[in-house]
Design a protein around this ligand. Sequence first.
Ligand code: MG
Length: 384
Amino acid sequence: MKITDIQVQVFTYKSKQVNDSEGHSHPGPEHDAQQALLTVTADDGSAGYCFGSPSSLRQPVIDQFVRPELVGRDPHDRELIWQGLYKRQRGSGELLSDRVLAPVEMALWDLAGRKLGLPVWKLLGGYRDRVPAYGSTMCGDEMAGGLATPEDYGRFAEWLVNRGYQAIKLHTWMPPVSWAPDPKMDVKACAAVREAVGPDLPLMLDANHWYSREDAWYIGRELEELDYYWYEEPMDEHSTSSYVWLANQLKMPVLGPEMAQGKFRTRAEWIVRGASDITRTGVMDVGGIGPSMKVAHLAESHGLACEIHGGGSGNLNVLGAMYNGRWYERGLLHPFIDYDETPGYLNSIIDPMDSQGYIPMPTRPGLGEDINFDYIEEHTVEAA
Ligand code: MG
């Protein structure tokens, strides 16, 4: 069995989310947004699919780096293909990013699952058939009734608990919010949420990522008083020493790294140096499902939890096949956004949540996406 082709279709869909100048998403007016569908096909007619960003999955990148590595190979040889793509990254001038590696690798998993009639988490070796979700808020904003004040966060937290969420993570205010960042305001928002949900609900903070050691330490000590469960990325993650320092100062768990480059190798360095108490991976951060499983097993071998960054089909399948991660990150959530609304290019969302706050593992073969191929065909703006 051999791969014969790899294609990217860019299509439009209706979105009510906009990005600010630093890339944080917020509610906005309905508009046409773009999404890309990557398709890998083999000579027996089987195919695998994965969604990705049109800005990463550009045709010249596919043609120059991905196609030569894939075409002619057995699509089941995921590790061989991944290692080949990884070697090509160095000379690609950053064009072949982890955000290209990840959807390519996930499309290969999807192909295998569809062909064998099994969801990917079962192919990996199933561990659980459902996972609790934490509600992950959007970053703070300056919209009346949105996430503009600590009271707004408190009110929204009550709504999230009523919806069934078993834990909540705040993203607080970051630039370009006019007065942000502000450590005291972050603490006020965290206190308002603790006050709103009571003493028992696990709460987490994902703070502004460029605080100084002093500011990060101040917030951490306050979070300990509020009995927060983890503290995420308050400083630039490329300074491992800063995280070693912070983890030593605080009693509460520090989580990371999330955005630092270097895939599982960076996670290994953080674990050895004691830079965090809970490890982090996500399919888009380390180049796919296979490397995420490497991180999970690395952490497990050291007796550490590994929490998964972000939602979506790839991360959900990883959680279905690992022992040492507790939560699915569901979001990003905002009072003005209906997260449960199905976008046009899908027939149903991958992560429906029940009233107890659980997400069932997908039962469809492959990654489990319920793709509306007719919609994508009708809305394609660019296809190779
Ligand atoms: Mg984060």
